[in-house]
Design a protein around this ligand. Sequence first.
Ligand SMILES: Nc1nc2c(ncn2[C@@H]2O[C@H](COP(=O)(O)OP(=O)(O)OP(=O)(O)O)[C@@H](O)[C@H]2O)c(=O)[nH]1
Ligand SMILES: *[C@@H]1O[C@H](CO)[C@@H](O)[C@H](O)[C@H]1NC(C)=O
Ligand SMILES: *[C@@H]1O[C@H](CO)[C@@H](O)[C@H](O)[C@H]1NC(C)=O
Length: 433
Amino acid sequence: MAKIIFCFILITLLSYNLVLCDNNNSKVPSNKRYLLYDCNPGEGFNLRRDVYMRIANLVKNLRERKECKGDDWVLVLPPWGRIGYHWKERDLEQSMIPWSTFFDLKSLNEFVPVMEYEDYIEEIGEASIDELWYLQNYAEGWTSGVWEEKMHERDCIDSPVYETDTEGKIRGWFWGYEETYAKKFKCVSVQGMSKMFVQPICGGNTTAKSLMLDRGENMLHDMFGGKNYWDCRRSMVFSHKLIEIANNFRSKFLDSNDIEDNTVMPENWKNHKCNGDATGGPYIAAHVRRKDFLYARQEYVPSIKQVAKVLSEKMKEYNVNKVFIASDGTKDEMEELKSLLPGMIMFKPSKAELNNFKMGGVAIIDQILCSHARYFMGTKESTFSFRIQEEREIMCFPKHTTFNRICADNAKDDCEQPAKWKIVWNSDSEIWD
Ligand SMILES: Nc1nc2c(ncn2[C@@H]2O[C@H](COP(=O)(O)OP(=O)(O)OP(=O)(O)O)[C@@H](O)[C@H]2O)c(=O)[nH]1
Ligand SMILES: *[C@@H]1O[C@H](CO)[C@@H](O)[C@H](O)[C@H]1NC(C)=O
Ligand SMILES: *[C@@H]1O[C@H](CO)[C@@H](O)[C@H](O)[C@H]1NC(C)=O
């Protein structure tokens, strides 16, 4: 009997303790820490994907470096939305989009641990962030005239985009989640790469359990084009739903499939190796960036007639009768192009697809379709085109089929072709060809 009573008391105590612990969020281990980030609202979808890589490499460093004492850092993925004018700023329809809409989280997790923002809120039990560092340049610019890496807490240069409410909570744009607030805020001037953040974060400038770096684009890559860069890039596998839509389109309209194209990818990106050259489907593809590029990069942008002329020649050269076009051009521009290029094919999302996958998903489908072509031509200085080139590098396409662009009419530019960013599989390989 005494034994039973003892057990009963023990169980009661234990469950009481559990309740207490629950209130204290002790489900979260004490060494778990969260890194959040955001970018300047003006940055586009494809540049943001590049900023993700810089932050992911920082998280990798935070997890591995001795001075971080084995803290279990996790990257909290900033919900997509309010991106540039393309996605219609402030349009809530295109906001609070989880990363799983676009990317395969299991694959991302193979590089560093990541979690969706909503799972973070649930895990810590409150829509708050302990500390927010707003990254900026140095007000004085490069005083010494030479590049030096540095990072300091400084007065804010821009007028603050965050405000402190009457309860002392820091309020602002947190991906459309209005209840979210930060507890502390400061501006940090920075000139340097992501590894420079390790010392301040681990070495005494903060003990915050959750730290957010806003204006993350102000952090540079540790080694642009190195092994970590490419490992991280390879982990950014698109969501299976988007791949499936693209694959159906390939098989239906482009006679293209992974087995015949030699583009079969393993389940886990870590197991991927080049198994001969990819051939791609029996079509060529081009990314024809229009809109703001017509004004901002006027001297590089070919006319629609020029695009048609160059692509018809390439179709002959590659002996194909189909050309896939990805473009942000107007309906009129695309109709003109189609009239000059009868073999032209575009992906048009259904209403339901646009609803489910948003502009970002459609952009990714366009990118997948371009990346599987036998031959690809991009637009100079478009990050949208760069992401396609990387995708082709990962799939082992020969470089001369990837690093091309359609030149402007006449001799407006010297028509320099894009730099060949060679994929790096091992830490000691060369970056450039
Ligand atoms: N679906 C689709 N969308 C495109 C295409 N080209 C551009 N876009 C859209 O236009 C956006 C371009 O956005 P920006 O905000 O200027 O920045 P970016 O994504 O970094 O790309 P670039 O400006 O090309 O360097 C992309 O994110 C797409 O949403 C295209 O070929 N297909
Ligand atoms: C729970 O949190 C409170 C206040 O933060 C603290 O005083 C208390 O010791 C904590 N209890 C446990 C079991 O950690
Ligand atoms: C870290 O602390 C040092 C010493 O107080 C200070 O000079 C520096 O500006 C701080 N850096 C950051 C990023 O807060």
